[in-house]
Design a protein around this ligand. Structure first.
Ligand SMILES: [Fe+2]
Ligand SMILES: [Fe+2]
Length: 313
């Protein structure tokens, strides 16, 4: 049963192609068509200053909490970098056959997310549109580079986690706005991210059958150095702390709601047929999950202490 030969990147792509085709069919059956314009309260909009001579944006234009605004900006800028993501996956997965069909379909679906969120933010005046545009220019000018750009299984592991992370982040951001329209929009976007996660997770599950040690190595490496796709956003460290303090996306959620459910689906701790490196990778993964658990608990304690201090003021 032990698969000891190491499959080349090309061999992995070829071997996984039928799985891509099957999961693409499954995805197209499950994906529901939806329309960004239906989620935007257009009648709330007003013309801005500038060439049309309307009213400039003011922070009092919206009652959405500050941290929700921060999360909306991070989520939108993350979606905005789609051209870079497309470049990365088109380069790695190719633009032909089932892989290519998936690359283009996925890109088209992701394109809807940025459009919908931007329309919502502009119409409701939830964030400063000038600052937002400048941030978009800065962020997209940096581009995005996949940390494991020439490795198929590492990239599949990364996107499996990243799609779920994005789903949770959108979902909790929607709740944090206190605006039912925004919540409905972000729940809709989150449903797309969930289907993307399932697609990639199924591919990596097939890779665990095909090349268990390589798959385990990929998962361990990706969990060890996981960064959110928007980590290059200007001021990301400060923004992500605010987002974590608000419970929109924190280390506990990352470990327990993103990593663990996906790892459980792959049944990583019961995979058989591993070689020495596969076993070593699995041990590293277990160690990493333990240290994430401790770090998450430390953060939760600090957050609770901070909340108690603020309550006393
Ligand atoms: Fe998205
Ligand atoms: Fe997605």
């Amino acid at each position: 049963m032990t698969v000891s030969t190491t499959l080349s990147q090309t061999a992995l792509l070829v071997e996984l192609e039928p799985v891509v085709a099957r999961n693409l069919d499954r995805h197209l059956t499950l994906a529901k068509e939806w329309f960004p314009h239906e989620y935007v309260p257009w009648s709330e909009g007003r013309t801005f200053d500038g060439p049309l001579g309307g009213e400039a944006w003011s922070p009092t234009d919206s009652t959405i909490p500050d941290v929700a605004r921060t999360a909306l900006i991070v989520n939108l800028l993350t979606e905005d970098n789609l051209p870079s993501y497309h470049h990365e996956i088109a380069t790695l997965f190719g633009r032909d056959g089932a892989w290519g069909t998936w690359v283009h379909r996925w890109t088209a679906e992701e394109g809807r997310h940025g459009v919908a969120i931007r329309d919502y933010l502009t119409v409701t005046r939830a964030v400063d549109p000038v600052a937002l545009e400048r941030a978009r220019m800065t962020h997209m000018s940096e581009g995005y580079t996949n940390a494991h750009g020439d490795e198929v299984l590492h990239s599949l592991a990364y996107v499996s986690f990243q799609e779920l992370a994005t789903r949770i982040s959108h979902r909790n951001t929607g709740k944090a706005t206190g605006d039912p329209a925004c919540e409905a929009l972000l729940a809709r976007v989150a449903a797309d991210e969930n289907l993307h996660m399932v697609f990639y997770r199924n591919l990596l599950a097939a890779a665990f059958e095909l090349a268990p040690s390589q798959a385990m190595r990929a998962v361990a490496d990706v969990v060890a150095d996981f960064q959110m796709p928007g980590s290059g956003i200007d001021g990301f460290a400060r923004k992500s702390v605010a987002i974590a303090l608000a419970g929109i996306y924190d280390l506990r959620q990352h470990r327990d709601e993103v990593l663990q459910p996906v790892l459980r689906q792959w049944d990583v701790f019961n995979v058989t047929g591993l070689n020495a490196d596969g076993e070593a990778a699995r041990e590293q993964l277990a160690t990493q999950l333990d240290s994430l658990d401790r770090a998450a608990s430390r953060f939760e304690e600090k957050r609770d202490a901070r909340a108690a201090r603020l309550a006393l003021r």
